[in-house]
Write a new protein. Structure first.
Length: 361
C-alpha cells in the first residue's frame, strides 16, 4: 500500500498499541527512545490526516496546536502521532457534543500550553541543576545521556504527580464555586491583591554571579509561594523580582505581607521586600487578575519602604477594626492613574495575633 493510500485510510488510534504503557516497556536509554516514550509512539500522520480523522478542518487543527504552543510544521510533514490524533478527536468531540464551544476549547488549550511550557522548563532546569551538583556516576552534567538516565526512571511518577495535582486543584476550584457569595461563572469578585517586590533587585543582579542570582530568585519564589499558599492566598504570577497574589480579605493579605517582610529581613540570601496591598473589585480572566484594584496594589508597592507594607485609604479603613495592627498615614502622593492618594503603612503592634502568624512548619 502506498503512503498516500495509508494516509487516506488513517485511523486516529494505534491498533497495535505502539504507545504502550510505561510499566510494560523498558526504560528509554537514548534521546530518541525517550522522545518516542513521551509521545507514546512514532510520528505517523500528516496534519490533514489527523484533522480528517477527527472530522475537523485543517484550520481548526492548526488553531488548536498553535494555542497549545507547538512548533509550526508544514502540512505535508509527517509530524503527528496517534496521541495527537486522539487529543484532537477528544477536543472536537467536546465541541461537537456542545459541552463547550470552539473558543472555550482554544482557551483551554492556551492555558495548558502556556502553563505546561513553564512547568517543563522549570522541571528541566531543576533537573540539570541537580545533575551539576550530583555525585552519582550517572550524573553526566550537561549531557543528553545523563538527562535521559534521570528522566526515564522518574517519568511515570512525574506524570502521575501532574495529574494528581491538577485533580486536586480542580476539586478546590469546584468547591470554591459553591462558596458563599460566589456566583458561578462570575468574572469579578472583591479580593485583596498584593504585590511583593525584592528591594534593589536590579542593582544586585549586576553585582552577583548568574548562579547566585538564580539561587536568590528561586529562594524568593519558593518562600513567597509557601507563605501565600499557607496564608489562604493564591499566587497569580511571578515576574523575576516580583510576585502578584490574591487573598480573600485584607487581613489575609496583610498576614502574608508581614510574614514575608519578617522572613526576608532574617534571611542571609534574600534582600528585604516591600509589599503593596489593595482590596476591591477584581476582574478574573484566564488565570490572571485585572482592574483598578490590581493597579492600586502595584502603585502601593512603589510607595512602601523596605520591609514594610503600604495600602490605600479604602483598604486601611477595613483594617482599622484589628487592634493588632497599626496604620500610619503618610503624606499624600501623586499616583499615576489615581491622582493624589494618601497611602498608609501597615505594621504589627507589640501584641501578637494568631491571625497574623503564618506557620510554615
Amino acid at each position: 500500500m502506498s503512503e498516500a493510500a495509508q494516509h487516506d485510510n488513517a485511523k486516529p488510534f494505534d491498533p497495535d498499541g505502539l504507545g504502550g504503557d510505561l510499566d510494560d516497556d523498558p526504560l528509554p536509554s537514548t534521546v530518541d527512545e525517550l522522545e518516542t516514550t513521551l509521545l507514546q509512539g512514532p510520528f505517523r500522520w500528516r496534519r490533514r490526516d489527523v484533522a480528517r480523522n477527527a472530522g475537523v478542518s485543517v484550520l481548526s487543527a492548526r488553531k488548536l496546536w498553535r494555542a497549545l504552543g507547538f512548533a509550526s510544521v508544514d502540512d505535508d510533514d509527517v509530524a503527528f502521532t496517534d496521541e495527537d490524533a486522539d487529543a484532537l478527536e477528544r477536543t472536537a468531540g467536546m465541541v461537537r457534543a456542545q459541552l463547550i464551544d470552539e473558543e472555550t476549547a482554544i482557551a483551554f488549550a492556551r492555558a495548558l500550553g502556556q502553563n505546561t511550557d513553564r512547568l517543563v522548563s522549570w522541571q528541566v532546569e531543576a533537573l540539570l541543576e541537580h545533575m551539576v551538583n550530583c555525585s552519582h556516576p550517572d550524573c553526566a552534567a550537561g549531557s543528553a545521556s545523563g538527562a535521559v538516565a534521570h528522566i526515564g526512571p522518574i517519568l511515570e511518577d512525574l506524570e502521575h504527580l501532574l495529574l494528581y495535582t491538577w485533580r486536586r486543584k480542580l476539586a478546590a476550584a469546584v468547591r470554591q464555586i459553591e462558596s458563599p457569595g460566589e456566583e458561578p461563572g462570575a468574572l469579578t469578585a472583591d479580593l485583596s491583591v498584593g504585590f511583593v517586590d525584592l528591594v534593589s533587585y536590579t542593582r544586585l543582579s549586576q553585582r552577583i554571579t548568574q548562579h547566585d542570582l538564580g539561587v536568590m530568585v528561586q529562594r524568593f519564589e519558593a518562600l513567597a509561594s509557601d507563605v501565600i499558599t499557607a496564608g489562604m492566598g493564591r499566587v497569580i504570577k511571578t515576574v523575576g523580582d516580583e510576585v502578584l497574589f490574591t487573598a480573600p480579605e485584607p487581613l489575609d493579605a496583610v498576614a502574608i505581607g508581614l510574614t514575608l517582610c519578617e522572613a526576608t529581613t532574617d534571611d542571609a540570601v534574600l534582600p528585604p521586600v516591600r509589599v503593596g496591598i489593595s482590596h476591591g473589585p477584581v476582574l478574573r480572566s484566564l488565570g490572571d487578575v485585572y482592574g483598578s484594584t490590581v493597579n492600586m496594589a502595584s502603585r502601593m508597592t512603589t510607595l512602601a519602604e523596605p520591609g514594610t507594607i503600604a495600602t490605600d485609604g479604602y483598604t486601611a479603613a477595613m483594617l482599622t477594626q484589628f487592634e493588632s495592627l497599626v496604620l500610619t498615614p503618610q503624606p499624600r502622593r501623586k499616583v499615576r492613574g489615581f491622582g493624589l492618594v494618601r497611602p498608609f503603612l501597615v505594621a504589627r503592634t507589640d501584641g501578637r495575633d494568631d491571625k497574623l502568624l503564618i506557620a510554615l512548619d
